[in-house]
Design a protein around this ligand. Structure first.
Ligand code: TUI
Length: 307
């Protein structure tokens, strides 16, 4: 399936894996790249040495291109930017901020830069500053989110930028992928569907929580603090939302979220841990290999678009 995204990234299918903190390690990234998509290693809040190790391991597991996601709120974001240049990573995606100050250095190093945006204004700015493509992420997504839905954001971004647009948020099958293409996207970023993959190095409790989720099972914590994060409802989200509605500050509630994503992903504590996932979790019913996810999604999308 050829689009400007497959050409730009030198991949077989226009599917990019989301840069999910604690989930998107070298195992998942290599599996998605080997399946013909673009695997992504999430730097998240990890220090340089941890990310360097994942990049090197990923290189041993695949000879296909893969990328690194830089989470711009991380205290190590600047160091990770230098690291990806040093390691000559093929592609960088960014999230949770404005990567403007790094774009020139990435481009000089021949790295393709694809910022995640949650608004039209940010998309326009990123194009002006030299981004190679844009990921327009709707509020259906898991983790740190913006306000607009994928349905409204993707066509509005597609109308005002000439670089290719990748749709994200709420896509987990070929129907969602086809819909995104009809809205103007030339690729999709997939997160939650890859959490429920065989290769994701994620505790089985977390995967099973995604697989058993219903359509209305996600909640957004931190809205009142300006740090909205979508995760599956549990004791943590109930406590957090109750306390934030009673006026507790971001700092006062940090004890509920510190280390809580790791606790869910690695220890399988899906009750008091943070189970980040998108609204499309309700559609996901099984755990399967990344290659099946990529191939089935693309096949279904092509079939629908040819109707
Ligand atoms: O970044 C994400 N999703 C994430 S990052 C993350 S790590 C985390 N862990 C614990 C608590 C909180 C975060 C988990 N999920 N998605 C990409 C994304 N970026 N969504 C929205 C944005 C965004 C929002 C505002 C990008 C830019 C922006 O403002 C631009 C500016 O100029 O600052």
């Amino acid at each position: 399936m050829k689009t400007r995204i497959t050409e730009l990234l030198n991949i077989e299918y226009p599917i990019i894996q989301g840069g999910m903190a604690w989930v998107a390690d070298h195992n998942l990234a290599a599996a998605v790249s080997n399946a013909g998509g673009l695997g992504i290693i999430a730097a998240a809040n990890a220090p340089c040495e941890v990310v360097r190790d994942m990049i090197r391991k990923c290189r041993e597991m695949t000879d296909k291109p893969f990328g690194v996601n830089i989470m711009l709120m991380s205290p190590y974001a600047k160091d990770i930017a230098s690291l990806v240049i040093e390691e000559r990573v093929a592609v960088v995606t960014t999230g949770a901020g404005n990567p403007g100050i790094f774009i020139n250095a990435f481009k000089e190093a021949g790295i393709k830069v694809i910022p995640v945006v949650a608004s039209v204004a940010h998309a326009k700015l990123m194009e002006r500053e030299g981004a190679d493509a844009i990921i327009a992420e709707g509020t259906e997504a898991g983790g740190h989110i913006g306000e607009s839905t994928t349905m409204t954001l993707v066509p509005q971004v597609s109308d005002v930028v000439s670089i290719p647009v990748i749709a994200a948020g709420g896509i987990a099958d070929g129907r969602g992928m086809a819909a995104a293409f009809l809205l103007g996207a030339e690729g999709v970023q997939i997160g939650t569907r890859f959490v429920a993959s065989e290769e994701a190095n994620v505790h089985e409790n977390y995967k099973n929580r995604v697989v058993s989720a219903k359509d209305i099972d996600s909640a957004v914590t931190g809205r009142t603090h300006g740090h909205p994060v979508r995760c599956l409802r549990n004791q943590m989200t109930r406590d957090y939302i109750k306390l934030e509605n009673s006026g507790k500050t971001f700092e006062e509630l940090e004890y509920l979220t510190l280390g809580s994503l790791r606790k869910a992903v690695q220890d399988g504590d899906t009750k008091t841990g943070t189970v980040m996932a998108g609204q499309i979790a309700g559609l996901i019913r099984d755990i399967k290999p990344c290659s099946d996810i990529v191939k089935e999604m693309t096949y279904e999308c092509e079939r629908l678009l040819k109707l």
